[in-house]
Design a binder for this molecule. Structure first.
Ligand SMILES: Cc1ncc(COP(=O)(O)O)c(C=O)c1O
Length: 500
């Protein structure tokens, strides 16, 4: 924005507020003198000029904002143009779905050995005892970019022809696939372009750029971003790599299954988070080929059960994706190759609620010292919400697929988890408004072992009794039993008690 031109000297005189006036000496130094009536008149004049300049500046700013809005509108119109023409991805054709085989996965394992970490798969003593299953975690959040997506990305990049490698690749993703592709593209000398929706997290944009990738922001959802990416792919001859359905991606993700059986050869069941279906497809082929009796369960967020529906229907269908802590799993239309590859290999599909995902993130943080994102926490969520009672006493491997969670989301998930666990409660009590009424309530909460985090009170909305006050308290408690005890204690003393 350009401000109206104004010289420095005039501007500093406009900012004069004190009763002392500075006048310029011959040598340019300021000399102090008392303020006079004519100074006061000058002051009025100065103020008038300042107001005029401020009005002009506001006008210019408004115009700049209008121009910016116009530009955005024009850009949106442009998006509609490219969205009109649908360009299919030749690697993912629902009419001719491709099934990935065990030999594809073996080739991937051999190929990516050098570039990918073999993550630990270790038993969790505390969580095993707590939930009655012998629980192992495959710790994919420990990959360099924080997720299993590196496996597929690395393999897909290694399979490019010389010409494809020279031209570079493109993908639409605002998440882990983008990070993985940019990181390995950088290591392998392949130029990577990622298209992200305009509201993609700044952190992810910055990380991808730090790996030397080109990041384009287009469309207000991932579908629009993908349409745009397909156009660029055709125009600039960049190979499009679908993060959950390109056959090489499925084969790469399948290597997790091989490692699991190497690390826990006598596992009874493996729980796999499911978004577009790439991971479960590859992992199921690997596991069922090597150990047909092993159980493979897919876990989805309740707000987007797209794979569950497609698996039941036997073909890809589009589900509405609701908002979820497990944003990596919110894929409305699952992959056709993934679905075809996984057909007949999944023993059960399970959906989990938001509360259980939050509690799972909290448990993993506290008991495993593991920071996982929502998608990475869904397998434990299935166990702690008792969705798999048949696995009690069995040896179960849960894939902790990723750890890229925003700090603010992590903070909210922890609070939500504490609330679900009965360790953070909201109490509303109507108490006497006489001196000592609120103090008494605080004392009673303290004596019952609750710790007050927040307290406030309101009078205006209590209709019955002007000598009462509604007090709202957020308090820390030990567990659900403790909450019941506290509630009982308060109800013995007060008639209006609500706990949530
Ligand atoms: C951390 C994490 N877990 C699980 C998934 C689901 O993987 P898929 O789309 O292959 O089913 C994703 C997808 O982005 C993810 O980022």
């Amino acid at each position: 924005m350009t401000l109206p031109s104004i010289d420095k000297e005039t501007y500093s005189s406009f900012t004069l507020h004190s009763a002392v006036v500075m006048v310029k000496g011959k040598n340019g130094n300021g000399i102090e003198r008392k303020r006079t009536t004519s100074d006061a008149r000058d002051g009025v004049e100065y103020n008038r000029k300042v107001r005029k300049l401020q009005d002009e500046a506001a006008e210019i700013e408004k115009k700049a904002e209008e121009d910016e809005t116009k530009k955005i509108e024009e850009k949106k119109d442009g998006e509609e143009d490219f969205a009109d023409e649908f360009i299919p991805d030749p690697d993912c054709n629902p009419d001719i779905p491709r099934q990935v085989t065990f030999s594809d996965i073996s080739a991937a394992a051999f190929n990516i050995k050098k570039g990918i970490s073999k993550t630990p798969c270790t038993k969790s003593l505390q969580l095993s005892n707590k939930y009655g299953v012998e629980l192992y975690f495959k710790k994919e959040y420990m990959q360099v970019t924080g997720s299993f997506k590196e496996r597929g990305a690395r393999f897909a990049l290694s399979r490019l022809t010389a010409e494809e490698k020279k031209n570079g690749v493109i993908a639409a993703s605002a998440g882990n696939h983008a990070l993985a592709l940019c990181y390995h593209g950088n290591l392998m000398g392949v130029a990577v372009t990622v298209v992200m929706p305009v509201f993609a997290p700044l952190m992810k944009i910055t990380m991808c750029r730090s790996y030397g990738a080109t990041v384009l922001l287009k469309g207000n959802n991932i579908g629009k971003a993908k349409d745009y990416a397909m156009h660029i792919s055709r125009e600039k001859k960049l190979k499009y790599i679908n993060g959950y359905d390109a056959p090489d991606i499925l084969a790469g993700q399948g290597t997790i299954g091989l490692e699991i059986l190497e690390q826990v050869s006598d596992a009874d069941a493996v729980l796999v988070p499911v978004g577009g279906g790439g991971m479960i497809a590859g992992v199921a082929v690997a596991l069922k080929t090597l150990k047909p009796g092993i159980l493979v369960y897919g876990i989805e967020a309740e707000t987007c059960p797209s794979f569950t529906r497609a698996y039941e229907a036997g073909h890809v269908i589009t589900e509405m994706a609701g908002s979820t802590l497990a944003d990596g799993l919110a894929v409305p239309t699952v992959g056709c190759n993934s679905l075809a590859t996984a057909r007949g290999l999944i023993d059960k599909m399970i959906t989990v609620c938001e509360e259980s995902i939050a509690l799972s993130i909290l448990r993993l943080l506290e008991l495993e010292k593991a920071v996982v994102e929502g998608a990475g926490g869904v397998c434990l969520a299935a166990i702690l919400s008792d969705k798999v009672p048949e696995l009690r006493g069995k040896k179960v491997v849960a894939i902790l697929s990723g750890g890229n969670i925003d700090t603010t989301v992590l903070g909210r998930a922890i609070e939500r988890g504490l609330a679900v666990d009965g360790r953070l409660i909201r109490i509303e009590v109507v108490v006497s408004d006489r001196p000592g009424g609120i103090a008494e309530l605080s004392t009673r909460i303290a004596q019952a072992g609750g710790s007050i985090k927040d307290i406030f009170h309101e009078r205006a909305w209590i209709s019955t009794d002007v000598f009462s006050v509604r007090v709202k308290v957020v308090a820390e408690t030990r567990d659900k039993e403790h909450v019941l005890e506290l509630e009982k204690t308060l109800k013995e003393r007060y008639t209006d008690v609500r706990i949530s």
